[in-house]
Design a protein around this ligand. Structure first.
Ligand code: 5CA
Length: 160
């Protein structure tokens, strides 16, 4: 297993979770690719997006069908300035490359969008663009130590 995937598996175990990291031959780099490779709905993919609020990185986890509302994230974190992290910042903050950022296995604070609770089973990245694990909303929140909040663009507005 890739060292990053091993790190995620170790973090899941250390936090008391039973989730198993799986490495797939197909790409899981984007939510759409991950859904196809796993054989689930895009909505069940928990994408982990790195943003920087007042210089502090934060990982926002939301459904693959939703878009992050950066202004909501800024307000939730009580900051003044919010920007998307670039690739180098993503790796420096989490140790993972874009397309493999996991909700666990790093020290960056996590915000989990409440919209993900609509799905019984969700799949999250596990450190590489080929590694994922399945979990539930409650387990995702518990093992990531995440704060649950509303940080997605209002679905009625974004999906028309
Ligand atoms: N492995 C899947 C989930 S299983 C995954 O990581 N999906 S993702 O959506 O969380 O990761 C792709 C995200 O990385 C994109 O939605 C985008 O927000 C971000 N991203 C892609 N390219 C860049 C880039 N050049 N700079 C900053 N962020 C990027």
């Amino acid at each position: 297993m890739h060292p990053n995937a091993l790190r995620v598996q170790g973090a899941l175990r250390a936090a008391g979770g039973g989730a198993e990291v799986v490495e797939l031959s197909g790409s899981t780099r984007t939510a759409v690719e991950a859904a196809a490779a796993i054989g689930v709905e895009v909505g069940q993919i928990a994408k982990s997006l790195v943003f920087v609020v007042d210089g502090e990185p934060v990982v926002a986890v939301l459904s693959g069908v939703d878009r992050l509302d950066a202004e909501k994230l800024r307000r939730l974190r009580g900051g003044h300035r919010v920007e998307r992290a670039d690739a180098d910042t993503v790796r420096a903050a989490t140790g993972f490359p874009i397309g493999g950022v996991s909700p666990v296995g790093h020290d960056v604070p996590v915000v989990v969008d409440a919209g993900l609770a609509a799905y019984d089973v969700v799949w999250a990245a596990a450190g590489t663009p080929h590694a994922v694990y399945s979990t539930t909303f409650d387990e995702l929140v518990a093992l990531s130590g995440g704060e649950v909040g509303d940080v997605r663009v209002d679905p009625a507005a974004s999906r028309g």
